[in-house]
Structures are given as C-alpha cells and as structure tokens.
Design a protein around this ligand. Structure first.
Ligand code: ZN
Length: 417
C-alpha cells in the first residue's frame, strides 16, 4: 500500500463515519411523534412531552450545524497535509521529541477546543437556558473551561510523556509496559475520582442525618452493602438535571447524589435509584467493565505497536521521516471503525446490565418507586422517549425508558408469582 492510498483510506473512514452519525441523528429526529406515546398517558404532562420534542430538534439543528462547519475543516486539514505541516514546523521550534510531541498534541487539542467553544456556549446558554436547565453563569463556564484545560494538560501530559518515553526506549515493545502503566493509572483515577478530581469542579458534602439517610442505610444493611460515604453534590450550580453515581473500588466506595436528584424525588424513589446502583456492584458489572476495558486497551496498544514506527503513516498525513505524533493520529483514525464496532458491543453489554440492575432493585427493594423515579428523571430532563432503534443499538448505554418500564412490570409480576 502506498501513502496516497492510505490517505484515501483515512479520508474515506472519516467521511463514512460522519455520514453514518448524521444518518443516525436524522433517523432519530424523524422518529419523534408529536403526541405523547400511549405508555405515558396519565404519567407525563403532554406539554412537557411537546417541549422535549422541541428540545431534541434544537439540539439536532445545532449538532448538524457544528458538523457542517467542522467536518470540512478537519477533512481539508488532513487531505492537504496540514498535520504534516504542523509536525514539520514544530521541529523548527524544538529538537526534543518529547517537547515536540507534547506541543503537537497541545496545539491540536487547544485548536479543537476553541473550534467547539462557540457551540458549547450556545448549547449551554441558549438551548439549555431556553428550556430551563441551565444554572451555569458565564463565570462558572469560564472557570470550568480553565480548570478543564489544566486537568487535561496535567493528565494528558503525564500519559503522553510516559507513552513517548517508553516508545523512545523500547521501540515496538513499549506496548506491554504502557499497558501496565495505563491500567494502574485508570485504577488510580477510579479510586481518587471523588476525593481529588470531582472536588475541583464541585462541592461534596456528606448527606446529613435524617429520614433519607436512615432509609438508605437501612436498605444498604439489608443487602449487606458496605456503604460508608454518601455525598451530596451541588449539581444545581450548573444544571437542573439530576444524577447519581458510585465511584471508587472496594472499601473506598462512595455514593454521590446530586442535590437536584434529592429535591426532585421522594426518599423511596432515591433508595430505589441507589438500589439500582448497588445492583451494578452486586452483579459485578463494574469490575466486568473494568476488566473488559483493560483487555481492550491491551489489544489496542499491541496493534498500535505494529504501526507506531511506520514511515508510511507519517507520509500519508503529509510528514517526512517517521513522526510519532502523526503515526498516533493516523492509527487513531484507521482504528475508529473498529472502536465504533467495539463501542456497539459495549453498549449491548451495558444495556443488558441495566436490565439486571433494575431487576435487582425490584427484587431487593421495590419496582414501583424505581419506575416512578425513572419516569420523573426522563420527564425532568426532557429525554427522548421514542429514540430510533438504530440510534439505541449504536449509542445507547441504557435501554429506552418504555422498555425499562415494561421489563420492570414484567419482572415484578414474575418475582411475585
Ligand atoms: Zn445503571
């Protein structure tokens, strides 16, 4: 294969990927029905449903506009050898491979982020604002942006420095050691997420004593879940949208509830949501996903090691010699169809896990409060009640609400019989 062919292949993948995503969004938009689906009559306000359809239309329009603007830019940048040009230019500034690679990715990431900035601004203050979700002030927006850049600078800098140094020392054999490093790194991030990373952006406080805490503790004791830390996070600072999650492993596990979730739900509904999350833990979904992603990382790094020293990839992107940054990007682009397919597999697995966690909550607590919590969550966030099946198959990590409710009803009948 020649470099010219390789470039065509990369551009083809980029084009097909973008067209495929646009097709999915378009199908999804056309799948909307103007009237409230029969399953929700009496449970959801028809006006709210109509608003949710408008909300999705607004997001679709913005997304399409962003693609129309950014896709030609990225396509031309690659087609005309812009990445190779940048790579060559940076060698005139430094002759140290590590500095060169770090500044290459730094420039690309910063430029990409700036390109997306107007859209992010419009989404936050216009769309989310118009539909009553946004609580972010411009000040918080910019502070988040700066902190986000600082975190990616530190995290990306560490990971990239280790990767580039290992490739420099070990050549193709870097992958095994980097695999070990990145697995440990992910594990550490997982463990310290709530103690170190999250507090950079949000305030976390222990859930105060009261009926809610007592009910949560009673449930945790009943299912023998080692629950020591329940935190409330000030999600309301940015959005009215609510969430809850677990983080950490083993004894360091923490539950984080958004303050918005607590405001919008009854204690029974909150315990049911927690029961679902505990279900993920009890059914070993968390550890399984972690093992799968570590294995995937190993395969990815092994494949990368076969390409990392190829002058052909560098040439395809318009560079000269063998450029590590260019090869990393070319590999990433060539790998993207594989990663789309694996992503679909992961989503199939994840949707199965969601049913299992729902089932666990229904069996150990109750189905009714979980159903009403799910309806309320989806209603409040104006989420899509009638997504297109293809969109669900490719992108949804959770089953659509109607199917979850049906499964919960079926499940509770089955366990009662
Ligand atoms: Zn879940």
């Amino acid at each position: 294969m020649t470099a010219a062919w390789l470039l065509w292949l990369i551009l083809g993948i980029l084009l097909i990927d973008t067209l495929f995503e646009q097709l999915l969004s378009w199908l999804n938009l056309r799948h909307h029905r103007p009237e409230l689906p029969a399953a929700f009559v009496g449970q959801l306000d028809p006006d709210k449903y109509a608003r949710s359809v408008d909300y999705h239309r607004a997001n679709y329009r913005l997304g399409t506009f962003q693609t129309l603007l950014s896709f030609p830019l990225i396509f031309l940048l690659i087609a005309m050898g812009g990445l190779g040009w940048l790579d060559t230019q940076l060698w005139t500034v430094t002759d140290r491979p590590l500095v060169h690679a770090l500044s290459f990715f730094g420039v690309l990431m910063f430029a990409g982020d700036l390109l997306g900035l107007p859209f992010q601004w419009y989404r936050t203050f216009q769309i989310e604002g118009a539909f009553g979700f946004n609580k972010t002030t411009p000040r918080t927006f910019w502070i988040d942006k700066l902190k986000g850049w600082a975190v990616s600078l530190v995290v990306g800098g560490i990971v990239l420095s280790v990767l580039i140094s290992l490739i420099g020392w070990l050549g193709q054999n870097f992958w095994l050691w980097f695999w070990l490093f990145i697995s440990l790194f992910l594990l550490l991030v997982n463990i310290f997420y709530t103690t170190v990373l999250l507090p950079l952006f949000n305030k976390l406080e222990p859930l105060e004593d009261g009926p809610l805490r007592q009910q949560i503790e009673a449930y945790a004791a009943k299912v023998a879940f080692p629950l020591t830390h329940v935190y409330v996070m000030d999600g309301s600072r940015r959005s009215t949208k609510a969430n809850a999650f677990f983080s950490g492993l083993g004894r360091r596990k923490k539950v984080v509830l958004y303050d918005t979730l607590i405001e919008q739900h009854s204690p029974e509904e909150l315990v049911a949501v927690l029961a679902h999350e505990i279900g993920h833990y009890k059914k070993r979904h968390i550890i399984q996903s972690l093992v799968i992603s570590v294995l995937h990382m190993g395969v990815l790094l092994f494949l990368l090691s076969r390409f990392v020293e190829s002058p052909l990839l560098t040439e395809a992107l318009g560079g000269t010699g063998t450029s590590l940054p260019l090869n990393l990007i070319a590999f990433g682009l060539l790998y993207s169809p594989v990663s789309t397919l694996l992503g679909i597999g992961m989503n199939v697995f994840s949707r199965k896990n969601e049913y299992e966690a729902d089932q666990y909550a229904a069996e150990t607590y109750a189905a009714a409060p979980l159903s009403s919590a799910l309806i309320r969550l989806h209603g409040e966030t104006l989420s899509n009640l009638t997504p297109h099946p293809w969109q669900v198959f490719v992108h949804y990590s959770h089953p659509p609400l109607v199917q979850r409710l049906e499964a919960l009803q079926g499940g509770s009948v089955a366990s009662a019989s």
